[in-house]
Design a protein around this ligand. Structure first.
Ligand SMILES: [Zn+2]
Length: 124
């Protein structure tokens, strides 16, 4: 993944999200307000949680581009698949690590409460 291209796309996406927040809620009186002058907290309160999460993920991705760790999996430290980054520019983990994260039940060692409340012996 070319980080110059990634940065461009992420910045554009970020601006789009902020723009929808401003257009949706701001009154006529401050329509001339520039996006970058708006306090992030104010913008966040006007965005849905999904948008806020996306915005934060984009910000983290931009920071990773700056620090040179963009495209490196936070889970295993390997390079994130190119196809995955193309589909989700702000991806922080490779496919394998993301699957493990999204399915904690597949890793019972880390979630002992599932074993404690399985009740398997009671059912049979
Ligand atoms: Zn990984």
């Amino acid at each position: 993944m070319d980080t110059t291209v990634a940065r461009e796309k992420l910045s554009k996406r970020r601006a789009e999200i902020l723009e929808t927040a401003v257009i949706k809620t701001d009154s006529v009186s401050n329509k001339d307000e520039r996006i970058d002058e708006i306090v992030p907290a104010q913008v966040e309160s006007k965005l849905t949680q999904n948008r806020v999460n996306e915005l934060r993920a984009i910000d983290r991705a931009l920071k990773r581009i700056d620090s040179g760790t963009y495209g490196t999996c936070r889970g295993c430290g390997e390079n994130i698949e190119e196809a995955r980054l193309n589909a989700k520019l702000e991806a922080e983990r490779c496919v394998g690590c993301e699957e493990k994260r999204e399915s904690p039940i597949m890793a019972p060692a880390k979630r002992p409460q599932y074993q404690a409340f399985s009740g398997r012996s009671m059912l049979h």
